[in-house]
Design a protein around this ligand. Structure first.
Ligand SMILES: *[C@@H]1O[C@H](CO)[C@@H](O)[C@H](O)[C@H]1NC(C)=O
Ligand SMILES: *[C@@H]1O[C@H](CO)[C@@H](O)[C@H](O)[C@H]1NC(C)=O
Length: 160
């Protein structure tokens, strides 16, 4: 965990404000599923992990995401775009933080703070059918500023 935070801080210090292409990170890889991500925020990489690595979305998994804030997040919106086998499927917008009703512990955090979200999540639904999934996730604050942007690629290859 310490290394994870240090990694983020170093990447922030070394590349302040520099446009950069970030490396592709592996989230998990098993016989049935492979998941990768890449930060699409030009200013910083994102730390992310998920455990365990299941093809079934119905099971609980631990999701951990870390970013350093470059702006306050009094309001926070999440845009996600989802594609399957190269075809764009749908777009979803969600409000994660509102002034009147903060839903998450990170709502209201200020610029410069390190935000770590570490919780068990349950997405629900069936196992992923065979194929390639693309997810573009963007977190945007009240000034339309990108707080985090991550592109995921997930390959599902059921063995049965
Ligand atoms: C992330 O995905 C978006 C939307 O498909 C794309 O425009 C962008 O180039 C991707 N960025 C990276 C760094 O892969
Ligand atoms: C995340 O939460 C799990 C379970 O609550 C805990 O075991 C783990 O140490 C936490 N990790 C971090 C980095 O806080």
């Amino acid at each position: 965990m310490k290394n994870f935070v240090i990694f983020l801080i170093i990447s922030q210090l070394l590349f302040p404000g520099e446009m950069k292409e970030w490396p592709t990170h592996t989230i998990c890889k098993t016989e049935e599923v492979e998941a990768y991500y890449k930060s699409c925020d030009p200013m910083q990489d994102a730390g992310l992990s998920m455990d365990p690595c299941y093809r079934s979305l119905g099971k609980r998994l631990m999701a951990k995401i870390g970013v350093i804030l470059r702006q306050d997040i009094n309001l926070l919106y999440m845009n996600s775009r989802i594609g399957y086998n190269g075809v764009y499927l749908f777009h979803e917008e969600k409000t994660l933080c509102e002034k009147t009703a903060p839903k998450f512990s990170f709502c209201g955090k200020k610029k410069g703070e390190f935000v770590l979200y570490n919780h068990s999540v349950k997405i629900g639904g069936p196992s992923l059918p065979k194929g390639e999934y693309f997810i573009n996730l963007e977190l945007i604050n009240e000034n339309n500023y990108i707080i985090a942007c991550v592109n995921f690629t997930v390959y599902s290859h059921p063995t049965v």
